[in-house]
Design a binder for this molecule. Structure first.
Ligand SMILES: CC(C)(COP(=O)(O)OP(=O)(O)OC[C@H]1O[C@@H](n2cnc3c(N)ncnc32)[C@H](O)[C@@H]1OP(=O)(O)O)[C@@H](O)C(=O)NCCC(=O)NCCS
Length: 188
């Protein structure tokens, strides 16, 4: 299928869904017996990438992960279930939402422990950016997430522009501070 044909396709949110369950073992935890944050981010990235694969049917790379709230600790021996689906597809990028729940194996109690939004970009085997199919939200929740994803993308773009401006301002200040010293040293 050509890149244009792939981009013209329309997929449903349901067709992108992915789910993963892990049992939390000693190697996954800190000295207090709680799941390590970095390990959870790894699970989140993998589950999100599967949803992005299912939508794009290409290779994908992680472009950005929004801040994650770790709402509750996950304990050694808990089951962690991650559920992901594509919220919105743009030209070559896709925003994926991931929800994480922990289940106490003895009581069966399930708690929401974290959520994250991740942006994946479709690429070919040489790392060149590829267009992705469009996403059709169907249920009220899918439509809400679809609309929110555009707002988050605009927010990310504003934040990215702000960071570039801040870096340029720091570089300009550093250059301005260096100049008088350079001219001063030439006097001696
Ligand atoms: C992500 C990457 C492919 C983008 O390449 P690029 O040359 O900046 O591509 P473009 O400027 O054409 O942007 C392509 C898309 O990526 C999106 N994008 C790029 N950087 C982004 C960022 N930091 N956050 C969110 N989206 C981003 C753009 O919005 C654009 O989306 P659209 O086509 O849907 O409008 C490139 O930056 C990259 O390879 N980064 C490293 C990825 C990586 O190693 N991840 C960790 C391991 S998987």
């Amino acid at each position: 299928m050509s890149a244009q044909e792939n981009h013209a396709m329309v997929r449903t949110v349901a067709s992108t869904q992915s789910e993963m369950t892990e049992i939390i073992l000693p190697n996954d935890t800190n000295l207090l017996g709680n799941l390590l944050g970095g390990r959870l981010m790894h699970f989140i990235d993998l589950t999100g990438a599967v949803a992005a694969f299912r939508h794009s049917r290409t290779y994908v790379v992680t472009a950005a992960m929004d801040h994650i709230d770790f709402i509750q600790p996950v304990r050694l021996g808990d089951l962690v279930t991650l559920k992901a689906s594509v919220n919105r597809a743009f030209t070559s990028s896709m925003e994926v939402g991931v929800r994480v729940e922990a289940e106490n194996t003895r009581t069966g109690a399930v708690t929401h422990v974290a959520s994250a939004y991740i942006v994946y970009v479709a690429v070919d085997e040489h790392g060149r950016v590829q267009k992705v199919p469009q996403l059709k939200p169907e249920t009220p929740n899918e439509i809400r997430r679809y609309e929110d994803a555009l707002r988050r993308r605009e927010h990310r773009e504003r934040e990215s522009a702000r960071r570039v401006e801040a870096k340029l301002a720091v570089a300009a200040r550093a250059e301005a501070q260096e100049k008088p010293q350079q001219s001063g040293s030439s006097i001696h």
